[in-house]
Ligand binder design. Structure first.
Ligand SMILES: [Zn+2]
Length: 51
């Protein structure tokens, strides 16, 4: 709780993947993919697995 979790974003349109924070995730959902501009939703994000 309260930890800063990184997420892996994989664009469904251009298939680029980038590591993002939750705040960046929110911005991407608002504004679309930074690379191709496609609208994205929560399904495009997965928790980073850090051992
Ligand atoms: Zn894209």
């Amino acid at each position: 709780m309260g930890t800063c979790e990184n997420l892996q974003f994989v664009c469904p349109a251009c298939t680029r993947s980038i590591e993002v924070t939750e705040s960046v995730r929110d911005a991407l959902v608002e504004s679309g993919c930074v690379i191709c501009g496609t609208d994205v939703d929560d399904g495009a994000f997965a928790l980073e697995k850090t051992a």
